[in-house]
Design a protein around this ligand. Structure first.
Ligand code: MN
Length: 205
C-alpha cells in the first residue's frame, strides 16, 4: 500500500497566547491563529483531497479556480506560519528589538539605516489596499533585500526570492485591538519583531 500523502498542519504558536501583550491581545491572537489560520489549513487540505478524488475517479475540476484557491489557502498558511515565528514577546528591557549581524548589515547597506527601512516597510504596510501583507524578501539574483506587497495571500511563486519578514495587515489581524487604526498596529509591530528569526532565515538561504 502507498504511504499516505502528507497534509498541511496548523503549527502551534512558539509562545503563549498572551505573550505579545500589550501589542497584540490574547483574544486577537487566539481568533487569528485558531480560527483564521486554521481555516486556511483546512481549506488547503480539502483542495488537495478534491484533487486526489478527481484523479482517482478520472473526473475534471475547474483547474483555474482550484489553482487560485490553492494559491490563496496555501499562501495564507505559509504567510501566517512565517508571521507567528517572526514575532516575539517583549523583552525585559522594554526596548524595541533591532536587527544585528548579517541582517542588520544587509538592511543598512540597502536602506542606509534601520529607521529608513522601518519607514519604507511601514508605509508599504499602510498602503496595502484591502487585505494583504507587507513582506521583506531577499532577492538572490541581486543579493539585496526588497520590500514587496502581497495581495490577499496570493504570493504565487517567487523562485530565488525567499521571504524573511512578514506583516499581516488584514483587518482580522488587528481589528479587535486597534479597530481601524492600522498605522498604530504597524507602529507597534516594531516592538515585537523577532530579528533573530529573520536573521536565521537570511542565513539559511
Ligand atoms: Mn491573518
Amino acid at each position: 500500500m502507498d504511504a499516505k500523502n502528507k497534509i498541511y498542519v496548523l503549527p502551534e504558536l512558539p509562545y503563549a497566547y498572551d505573550a505579545l501583550k500589550p501589542y497584540i491581545s490574547e483574544e486577537q491572537l487566539r481568533i487569528h491563529h485558531d480560527k483564521h489560520h486554521a481555516a486556511y489549513v483546512a481549506a488547503a487540505n480539502a483542495l488537495l483531497e478534491s484533487l486526489e478524488k478527481a484523479r482517482q475517479g478520472n473526473t475534471d475540476l475547474d483547474y483555474g479556480t482550484v489553482a487560485k484557491q490553492l494559491s490563496f489557502n496555501t499562501g495564507g498558511h505559509r504567510l501566517h506560519s512565517l508571521y507567528w515565528k517572526n514575532l516575539t514577546p517583549v523583552d525585559n528591557t522594554g526596548k524595541a528589538p533591532k536587527p544585528s549581524g548579517e541582517i542588520g548589515n544587509a538592511i543598512d547597506r540597502e536602506f542606509g539605516s534601520f529607521d529608513r527601512f522601518k519607514k519604507e516597510f511601514s508605509q508599504t504596510a499602510a498602503k496595502t489596499e484591502g487585505s494583504g501583507w507587507a513582506v521583506l524578501s531577499f532577492c538572490r539574483e541581486v543579493e539585496r533585500p526588497i520590500i514587496m506587497q502581497v495581495e490577499k495571500h496570493n504570493m504565487n511563486v517567487t523562485p530565488r526570492r525567499p521571504v524573511i519578514l512578514v506583516l499581516d495587515v488584514w483587518e482580522h489581524a488587528y481589528y479587535l485591538d486597534y479597530k481601524n487604526d492600522r498605522a498604530k498596529y504597524v507602529e507597534n509591530f516594531w516592538n515585537i519583531v523577532n530579528w533573530d528569526e529573520v536573521g536565521r532565515r537570511l542565513a539559511d538561504l
